[in-house]
Design a protein around this ligand. Structure first.
Ligand code: AKG
Length: 477
């Protein structure tokens, strides 16, 4: 399928030629009718994936159940201190009762698919990386241990007691939950009504010290993305770059741009993800409006902001939509705003990387936002990639490391994130340097270091609960 111009959205152009005001009214009326229709149907609960989890978990004695509930409530409070658990604020929007929240009706998937056997790394760079076009690659996980082995059952068997990161607290410390407790959370009739549920988004899963470290050997970085130039800075110093991502329906990642102008790939092992992507240069204030009461979690963004982007008169590029299926890998080029909503319980792994194609943009962002890292990285590049070190010298010599561009200040929110921490791009905290923008927000005013993260904030995990504002450069991008 040819790659379509993101600004030519079929859904919008298919409208009859009415006056703009009339079109707007008609659009709103349709949306209202559609919502009413949806609200009359009760979503089936539990869905099949939740039923399957329940079968894996033994019934607990009352005191054990109380312990688990205590842990879950504590994680929720820590991850979203702005929401009261006891007053039911986690479900105040009623999205669990609103089938439109997970509906894909009328969505047109516009992202091209390409099979891995039909493209070489060179062609990929030429066709997608350099022109910065999103694409879904199929067949890329064939042969991965994770493709068969990352079932919930198997993950539970291997990592039952491992505490995965499900958010950040107001001081920027990781909030962690045992995997078994997380699954009990996902399958609990009460917690599963949360508008925007807790979401495992763990950038430390592969660290040698973690029980989950073997997961990093269950897959192989595909050749298309193997260049990974930050590797030259060293494992300890490089910005966080890989995350295991597991979440129930309605969890997700609010609209954001990935940090440091890195490209990303997101390999989905199970479940479906709904994506909305906006091309570089899309004005942030349009796609992330600062409106009181507008949550920035993915589900809220898709319910409230996404429909406006399809309405007549939308003044900038329309979102590119994708419904990612299991076995598909999404490529997100740098500078694209994107929001992601889990339509089912999903298991995925995602990496961010710098290759030759985005090196110059990454260099500018790193130079500006991570000056100490940039010095060490440049030294390694001189030894291993003198061609790129020369490019960096030219950029530095021209004095053009840039200032935050409109697409460089992004922030985002995961379903499980707190309102005050961004977790934006990495940092070797011991260097005591702050990424331009959001990164210094972790640690809050206390300036505490994240001992638990080994001093590495978890780059892609964004955060904001309410308020739509708190910018935060997500480390730039
Ligand atoms: O929630 C997800 O899977 C999407 C994560 C994301 O935004 C990304 O990979 O940049």
């Amino acid at each position: 399928m040819p790659h379509q111009d993101p600004s030519s959205n079929q859904r919008a152009t298919a409208l009859p030629p009415l006056e703009q005001g009339e079109q707007q009214q008609q659009h709103e009326r349709k949306q209202h009718e559609c919502k009413q229709q949806h609200q009359q149907q009760q979503p089936p609960w539990p869905p099949e994936d939740v039923q399957a989890i329940r079968k894996l978990l033994p019934v607990l004695m009352p005191e054990e159940e109380e312990h688990v509930q205590h842990k879950i409530r504590a994680a929720k409070r820590a991850a979203r201190s702005e929401l009261s658990v006891s007053r039911g604020e986690w479900r105040r929007r009623g999205y669990a009762q609103d089938p439109s929240a997970l509906s894909t009706e009328g969505l047109v998937d516009e992202v091209p698919r390409i099979h891995i056997s039909d493209i070489t790394p060179e062609e990929f760079a030429e066709r997608f990386e350099r022109p910065r076009l999103p694409v879904v690659i199929t067949g890329l996980m064939d042969g991965w241990g994770a493709a068969r082995g990352w079932t919930i059952e198997e993950l539970l068997r291997r990592f039952r007691d491992h505490k995965f990161k499900v958010g950040s607290d107001d001081d920027g410390y990781a909030v962690r939950l045992r995997f078994e407790h997380f699954l009990r959370y996902c399958s609990d009739p009460d917690h599963s009504q949360d508008d925007s549920p807790l979401y495992i988004f763990d950038g430390t899963f592969g660290d040698k010290s973690r029980q989950s470290a073997p997961m990093a050997s269950d897959y192989r970085v595909p050749d298309l993305f193997a260049e990974d130039l930050f590797r030259l800075a060293g494992e300890r110093r490089r910005p966080p770059y890989r995350w295991v991502v597991i979440g129930p329906a309605r969890s997700g990642s609010g609209l954001h741009i990935d940090p440091l102008a890195t490209n990303a790939w997101n390999a989905l092992l199970s479940g479906r993800k709904r994506w909305a992507l906006f091309p570089p240069g899309t004005p942030k204030q349009l796609v992330l409006p600062k409106e009181p009461g507008l949550g920035r979690e993915a589900v809220c963004w898709f319910q409230r902001v996404f429909p406006r982007c399809l309405a007549p008169g939308w003044p900038t590029a329309r979102p590119v939509t994708c419904i990612q299926a299991p076995g598909e890998t999404m490529f997100v080029p740098h500078g694209w705003f994107h929001a992601v909503l889990n339509l089912d319980l999903t298991v995925a792994v995602t990496h961010n990387y710098c290759g030759s194609a985005n090196f110059e943009a990454v260099w500018r962002h790193t130079r500006r936002g991570r000056p100490k890292l940039s010095v060490k990285w440049l030294a390694a590049l001189r030894a291993e990639r003198p061609d790129l070190a020369t490019k960096a010298d030219v950029i530095d010599g021209s004095g053009d490391v840039g200032c935050a561009t409109s697409d460089s200040s992004s922030s985002s929110s995961s379903s499980s994130s707190s309102s005050s921490s961004d977790d934006s791009s990495s940092s070797s905290e011991s260097e005591g340097e702050g990424e331009a923008g959001a990164r210094q927000r972790h640690g809050g005013s206390s300036g505490k270091r994240r001992a638990e993260e080994g001093g590495q904030p978890d780059a892609k995990r964004p955060c904001e609960g309410e308020g739509g504002g708190a910018g935060g450069a997500g480390g730039g991008a």
